[in-house]
Design a protein around this ligand. Structure first.
Ligand SMILES: Cc1cc2nc3c(=O)[nH]c(=O)nc-3n(C[C@H](O)[C@H](O)[C@H](O)COP(=O)(O)O)c2cc1C
Length: 420
């Protein structure tokens, strides 16, 4: 029998995802001044649960209050916000879909406004318009502490009723910094060979698995590559994926890129394969290589926009789950429309947003237009999330400049609120 978007997926731990559509993580920025979830999370996730995805993955929840990806992140390091978490779960599972919490540590990708002394494997600074301070190289004790924090957050997520967790090992955040030779210059057991660079990720997964037990879904989001010269490569990803599958993870989500190279959004690095450029779902061909080694269900996220591409990808066995993010901010009902074959193409706002050319990246000169363009494009989706969380319809006509301004002011406000 051929696999369709509506076919349930059984995971190694025994849990079943009711269909092949997964909402990928999107940072919400909706936490209160104490970094706890709010009723806004409930309003937002009710709509995404009703929208029909078999799997919803939350935006990144931080394992350490001192280091955030942005102000407005939920932090989970103790049970002080348990009631708010339970309410979030209730809203986000009302259609009996899976709701997994993404847990993360930003490492050096922690804005200066949040912390002027971020952590990283080494002291390699992220030079993006002065927004990120030079990190401290983590001590052995700080590394062991971070590993335990992931386990604690996973245990608390399970206690609150989340039906799984995803460990964020992609996009240049802390675990991805350990994996990449560009950001990991250590000479101890946490750096150097791939085995050593992957140790942090593998120890986290083992600690998380111990914390949640064998029957609870544990997933990983991993870069197929960083797409930077000298960075984490596809060959290395294939090897790490094999080690992760040996540890018994339940789902591997494939993405790519970092803050310096935004391939996750389809920004094209010089060394991206020509065949990949032409593909709508730009990481699929990497998934094929990974699947040959890693015997674990795979979700690919990034650029899926046509129903026939999604249907073919699951029918051909290229992916087990189709990951979707940006389109769900402009229409949370899209998964039902796809499952009922009511639409052929998802709205594709990213094409009409570009102001001038180019994403912000690790370039020697960064222009104001690149900053506005990049922050504005992402700010566009942040704004749609805010609207949905207030029970308002999306506002797709808003332009990149006003998205940039709205996000900049909102971000400042969220940061000021945390300074007590
Ligand atoms: C507003 C926004 C917030 C995001 N936040 C996260 C996040 O918290 N964690 C994560 O792993 N990816 C995050 N992403 C990346 C998405 O999960 C996804 O990988 C990317 O948008 C590509 O998928 P798409 O083409 O379907 O949008 C975010 C993307 C957007 C647009």
């Amino acid at each position: 029998m051929s696999i369709t978007l509506g076919t349930p997926l059984a995971l190694p731990c025994g849990v079943i995802i009711p269909n092949r559509l997964g909402k990928s993580a999107m940072t919400e920025g909706l936490a209160d001044a104490d970094d706890a979830p709010t009723p806004a999370h409930q309003t937002l996730y009710q709509q995404w649960s009703d929208g029909g995805c078999g799997l919803l993955i939350t935006g990144n929840v931080m394992v350490d209050k001192r280091y955030l990806e942005r102000a407005g992140n939920v932090v989970l390091e103790n049970d002080s916000s348990m009631n708010a978490l339970i309410n979030w779960v209730r809203a986000g599972t009302r259609q009996d879909n899976q709701l997994w919490m993404q847990i993360s540590h930003p490492g050096r990708q922690c804005p200066r406004l949040v912390n002027k002394e971020p952590l990283s494997p080494s002291t390699e600074q992220l030079k993006l318009a002065g927004n990120f301070a030079c990190p401290q190289a983590m001590t052995e004790a700080q590394i062991l502490d971070a590993i335990q924090r992931f386990a604690t957050s996973a245990r608390l997520a399970k206690q609150a009723g989340f039906t799984g967790v995803q460990v964020h090992c992609a996009h240049g955040y802390l675990i991805s910094q350990f994996l990449s030779p560009i950001t990991n210059k250590r000479t101890d057991r946490w750096g150097g060979s791939l085995e050593n660079r992957a140790r942090f990720a593998l120890e986290i997964i083992s600690a998380v698995r111990t914390a949640v037990g064998p029957e609870f879904p544990v997933a990983v989001k991993l870069n197929s590559a960083d797409f930077q010269k000298g960075g984490f490569s596809l060959d290395e990803c294939v090897q790490v994926a094999g080690w992760l599958s040996d540890l018994g993870i339940d789902l591997l989500e494939i993405s790519g890129g970092t803050y310096e190279q935004l391939s996750l959004f389809g920004a094209e690095p010089d060394d991206m394969r020509e065949s990949t450029r032409k593909r709508e779902a730009y990481f699929i061909e990497y998934a094929t290589a990974i699947r040959e080694v890693a015997k674990v269900p795979v979700m690919v996220t990034g650029g899926f926009r046509s129903r026939d591409v999604m249907e073919n990808a699951v029918a051909n066995g290229e992916v087990d789950l189709v990951g979707l993010a940006r389109p769900l901010c402009v229409d949370p009902e899209l998964p039902n429309k796809l499952l009922n074959a009511e639409i052929d193409h998802l709205p594709c706002q990213e094409d009409m947003l570009v102001l001038g050319s180019g994403w912000l990246g690790n370039k020697s000169t960064i222009t104001l237009v690149q900053v506005i363009n990049t922050v504005g494009q992402i700010g566009f989706y942040y704004w749609q999330i805010i609207r949905l969380s207030r029970g308002l319809p999306p506002q797709p006509k808003i332009g990149v400049l006003s998205s940039f301004l709205r996000h900049t002011f909102n971000d400042l406000k969220l940061n000021l609120r945390r300074v007590k």
